[in-house]
Design a protein around this ligand. Structure first.
Ligand code: ADP
Length: 435
């Protein structure tokens, strides 16, 4: 066995092609070829594959393998090979750093050269039988480095008894250096590509945000104009609904008018809030009162769809919030619960609870609908995210609600109840706590 310090100068021994070995090009020519091929590509896998091919084709070594260090530096992974039997490839697939012949080269950074590989006591035990059976005799393993870091190893083996001469060792070391540089280039290139992609994505997002804000401004202008006639339609419809002379048939139709007008009003309100982004006024307000008002507003529609409303309002001091905005948020939650339960077979119950704990007021809106699927849950607060068909959902309700509650210093959480159905909880700081 012969061990050499890495990169020791090669003695001036003439290169002599051994009998029976394929004739080799001049070493300089080989190195040139390897360098040219590995530097032609910037893809790591390509570098590895072409490097091994170039080296074995020109030098005539029977077996070649290229290992790269894993991210954690604990193992070496086979990334390119030539002339290996399936069994040899299998035992070489993952090698522990520091153990076996190749693992030790990766740990020490020193070139290793052997004449009778199968007799070496350091041979990786799982590889021993295969190396013996396949009569791999001559072996050389060199580290691949770049910028003082070991990236992996390059190994060559042959089944004949000719030892690798000093020129060949120097050649393999120089080829490994070329591979190291090519790998580093590929890494730099892929890092630059990644950064470029990120930049492009950020730019696209910026353009989208710009467009969104332009659309938002336009929409808010239109929404503002629509708001007043909508309020009149809703007011008049409710007046008519309360009139004693209205026949059941007309009442039913008026109910539809009220439903649709409320839906339109909600969309308009959400659009206005989304586009305007105005700062809320913080006043002490009662969560139970706001919840009651919203349930009153929606009472008729909920009743029409056979939804039972259950309330449980425990004593809760006033919270600091903007009552209009709080109503808007509650209306969004109740409306979603309504939509989730409408048309389903099982019992439709909307539960609204109010309580106080840990310096915060809480409102919970829970339904007995299908609940929120796991893949949808992380996205429900994203602007314009909706699972509803066009015309039914704008995807703004929860995103606006989330923004409003966060602005008020509170939290809005979404989840599913163990017995089924969705649960939304609003948490807002108590006025007295804040004072
Ligand atoms: P929209 O109601 O217009 O779709 P939202 O922002 O209010 O917009 O809701 C976003 C999505 O969250 C809905 O499309 C739906 O998939 C889901 N979601 C909201 N509330 C519920 C609920 N109570 N039950 C089931 N899914 C819900």
């Amino acid at each position: 066995m012969k061990r050499r310090a890495a990169r020791s100068p090669a003695p001036a021994e003439p290169a002599r092609p051994a009998p029976g070995r394929p004739s080799v090009e001049s070493h300089l020519g080989i190195l040139h070829r390897v360098a040219e091929i590995v530097n032609r590509t910037l893809d790591v896998d390509d570098v590895l594959r072409t490097a091994v091919e170039a080296l074995t084709q020109v030098t005539g070594h029977e077996i070649a393998s290229l290992h790269l260090l894993s991210q954690d530096g604990a193992t070496l992974q086979l990334r390119g090979d030539r002339g290996m039997s399936a069994r040899l490839r299998e035992v070489n697939q993952v090698l522990p750093v520091g153990q076996g012949l190749i693992g030790r080269v990766a740990a020490t950074g020193e070139t290793l050269q052997l004449e009778k590989t199968y007799e070496d006591p350091h041979l990786f035990p799982p590889a021993k039988a295969t190396v013996q059976e396949e009569q791999i005799r001559g072996f050389i393993c060199v580290p691949i480095h770049c910028r003082g870091r070991i990236l992996g190893t390059l190994s060559l083996g042959r089944k004949t008894l000719d030892r690798f001469d000093a020129h060949e060792v120097a050649l393999v070391e120089a080829a490994a250096d070329q591979i190291g540089i090519a790998l580093d280039n590929a890494r730099l290139y892929s890092e630059t590509r990644r950064q470029l992609d990120e930049l492009r994505r950020a730019q696209e997002q910026l353009i989208r945000a710009e467009k969104l804000s332009a659309v938002g401004e336009l929409a808010s202008g239109v929404a503002h104009e629509i708001n007043n006639p909508l309020t009149t339609i809703l007011g008049q419809t409710h007046l008519l609904l309360g009139h004693p002379e209205v026949t059941p048939h007309v009442r039913e139709r008026l109910g539809i008018v009220a439903d649709e007008a409320t839906r339109a009003a909600r969309i308009v309100q959400n659009l206005l809030m989304f586009a305007r982004h105005y700062t809320p006024e913080r006043r002490p307000c009662s969560l139970a009162d706001q919840a009651r008002r919203v349930l009153e507003l929606k009472g008729y529609q909920l009743q029409q769809d056979g939804i039972r409303v259950v309330t449980d309002f425990a004593r809760c001091p006033a919270v600091l919030a903007d009552d209009n905005q709080l109503q808007q948020v509650l209306l969004n939650l109740v409306q979603n619960a309504h939509q989730a339960m409408a048309g389903q077979e099982r019992e439709r119950v909307l539960s609204v609870r109010v309580w106080s704990a840990d310096g915060s007021g809480h409102v919970e809106v829970r339904d007995t609908g299908p609940g929120i699927p796991a893949d949808v849950l992380p996205k429900v607060f994203d602007p314009f995210f909706t699972t509803k068909p066009p015309g039914e959902g704008s995807g703004l309700g929860l995103s606006v609600s989330y923004g409003l509650i966060t602005e008020l210093g509170g939290r809005l959480r979404a989840g599913n109840h163990p017995e089924g159905g969705a649960v939304f909880v609003i948490e807002l700081p108590l006025a007295e706590g804040a004072a």
